[in-house]
Design a protein around this ligand. Sequence first.
Ligand code: 0X9
Ligand code: ZN
Length: 300
Amino acid sequence: ANESQSEPRPQSPIHSPSSSSSYPKSSSSSSSSSSSSSGQHLKVMEISQPKGSNKPAIWIDGGIHAREWISPASVTYMLSELVENSAYHQDLLSKYSFYIMPVMNPDGYEYTHTNDRLWRKARSPTHHSSCIGTDLNRNWGYKYGGKGASPNPCDETYRGPSAFSARETRAASYFILQRAHNMKMFLTFHSYGQYILYPWGYTANDEPSNWRDLHRIGQIGAQAMFKKNGHSYSVGSAAKLLYPAAGGSDDWAKGGAGIEYSYTIELPDAGRYGFLLPAIQIRNVTQEAFAGLEAMVNAL
Ligand code: 0X9
Ligand code: ZN
């Protein structure tokens, strides 16, 4: 997709979207912000038909954890599918706008290509420690600092010195919050394990009031993904199914931004290759992720 940059708005860390010349009708537009650790821009694309329409929106991000390579691949595929094959996806595009950020942790992602394939966190230096990087999925401002979020900068799940201390989470949350009143669903893609997780992630002792709907729509996604490639997904609350971990983006989307349907989707595999998913599986898994997206949005 085409990228273009507009004048920065002084009050916002993310530049205001400008329309992409490649897809003028669907108003695919990209915006960027100088907000990652070593200055790489975060990019988000808005897809709405017609241009500038005020439909309810779906947020999709990937790559918050650097080593989970199938996530940016899948989210990029979703973006490409929606703009290149928009005629086939009128079920989605006639009812919703999409905000798509394929890589929320570009510095970490780059680092997994150049230095350490299994790096997880962002890459900003930490105060009072020689250890580098905050776990961007422990740094969001809802129930920040609770279980499963380490105060130690040398840990893989370091939560940072305070909520939204990382430029990546600060910029993304700012962008989302300005549009959250319009957002119906929040989807964040990770790997691995084959789970469809909904809040809460910070505690196993409580559930959102709409957890039955969250569960129902999660199961519809799991069913669609199974149908595509035969991969089984477990559906449930993050804290109960995985482990309690506070400061995740999914919990903030639900509890902080008030987006009704919030999910973390852990893509394949189930553990054989883990983060090192063989390239031969990329096509199938990205297509399966799209099938899940389609089914879940259509179930809203
Ligand atoms: O631990 C995480 O951040 C996610 N799993 S991963 O293996 N990709 O790191 C799960 C996050 C689930 N959501 C919350 N705990 N809020
Ligand atoms: Zn992850």
